[in-house]
Design a binder for this molecule. Structure first.
Ligand SMILES: Cc1ncc(COP(=O)(O)O)c(C=O)c1O
Length: 384
């Protein structure tokens, strides 16, 4: 249901104001809250707060990045051609139907800017990724957040929010911060029920981490549908979050419209080169997925064993757990307890989950350290 009141504000005569005033609604936006990167007094904390790749990145990507060292004076290729061609080949996509961004975050922002007028709306799940709503609100659009019973996207709830002012439906599959996903039959049911004027955005930032053979990333649907855009990123599986490369694939008319307002040099030379190398390094990708296969179930089971309420099962590179409301055992206190020991995790009160903490799957040592510390925090011994 609608959760934005920003559009009902009394109009202010900004031309007569005694100082520059932002557009209506801007000051109601909650700026993106990044994961903590520092723990006071600890030189090298363990960062499990931003769903980064704990293995780093492909050695080939580091080498390719290094080749860009002497190119600092040059503008990058505005079409991101080398990555475009590599993605097109790997996923068998038409190169001209791809768009690249400063992370997939920028692809969402361009979608919002291209399709939203003031008074339009976007629809997302109630635990939808923060960047969807920030960009929509910046366009003075309304953000409608559909209930997610059991922390899972519910297609019927999404559809209840859709009306004739809906322009975009954002679906992260798996979702962040829940880690849950819906099967393709549900994605298709959603798509079938949407009017052709609504774009279904399938955010696959974590899609590579799903190990269920029944999962479908939506690229096949996007190949033929007139209103589906799939987004992906190099930030997670490929470990290139610092280089900010994300991409979108959709119908030519949509991509061409978006390209008209895309900033021309929005991906860097170093990022482009590293992305191509990362995409080719299948061994590194496999190592990252193997880490997930081994430690994701372990972490979920251990947290559950400590009496925490684990959302899931998570199919992404993190696990989210609920804490009791009992003083001394709350999520906020657990977060502070871990941070004091150099273990940085993500409180997610800004997603409406004040009793939960999201923990990125780390290396074996990191995962064990978090469980050990939380066992101490919960006042019980580690279950194994
Ligand atoms: C669900 C989801 N989508 C998209 C992104 C954006 O990633 P990037 O802008 O690094 O491509 C993230 C990052 O955390 C995410 O969690």
């Amino acid at each position: 249901m609608p959760d934005d009141a920003t559009l009902d504000r009394a109009p202010v005569d900004r031309g007569r104001a005694d100082r520059p005033l932002p557009k209506p609604g801007i000051m109601d936006i909650h700026a993106y809250v990044p994961g903590k990167a520092q723990a006071p007094g600890i030189a090298e904390p363990v960062k499990l707060s931003a769903n980064e790749n704990p293995l780093g990145a492909s050695e080939k990507a580091y080498e390719a990045y290094a080749t860009a060292e002497r190119t600092l004076n040059l503008y990058p290729d505005p079409r991101t051609t080398i990555v475009r061609n590599a993605i097109a080949e790997r996923f068998r996509l038409e190169p001209e139907r791809l768009i690249f961004g400063c992370g997939s975050d920028e692809v969402f922002a361009i979608l919002n800017q291209t399709f939203l007028e003031p008074g339009d709306n976007i629809v997302q799940g109630e635990f939808g990724f923060a960047a969807f709503a920030i960009g929509a609100r910046a366009c003075q659009a309304e953000v409608r957040s559909a209930r997610e019973p059991n922390y899972r996207i519910d297609v019927d709830e999404l559809l209840k929010c859709v009306d004739d002012r809906t322009r975009l439906v954002f679906l992260a599959n798996p979702g962040n911060p829940t880690g849950t996903w819906i099967p393709f039959s549900e994605v298709r049911r959603l798509h079938d029920a949407l009017p052709p004027s609504v774009i279904l955005v399938l955010d696959g930032a974590y899609s590579e981490f799903v190990d269920d053979p029944g999962f479908d990333d939506g690229l096949d649907l996007a190949r033929t549908a007139k209103n589906v855009v799939v987004t992906r990123t190099f930030s997670k599986l490929h470990g290139l979050a610092a280089l900010r490369i994300g991409w979108g694939y959709g119908p030519l008319e949509i991509i061409q419209a978006m390209d008209r307002i895309r900033l021309p040099f929005n991906t860097s030379i170093a990022g482009q080169r590293a992305a191509v190398a990362a995409l080719a390094d299948v061994a590194f990708q496999k190592a990252s997925l193997d880490l997930m296969a081994q430690w994701r179930p372990w972490l979920a089971q251990q947290l559950g064993g400590l009496g925490l309420d684990v959302i899931g099962p998570s199919a992404a590179n993190f696990v989210t757990a609920g804490f009791p409301k009992t003083p001394g055992k709350t999520a906020a206190e657990a977060d502070a307890f871990l941070a004091a020991r150099g273990l940085l995790v993500r409180p997610i009160g800004n997603y409406g989950l004040p009793d939960h903490i999201r923990i990125t799957i780390g290396t074996e040592a990191q995962n064990r350290a978090v469980v050990e510390a939380l066992a101490g925090f919960m006042g019980s011994k580690s279950p194994g």
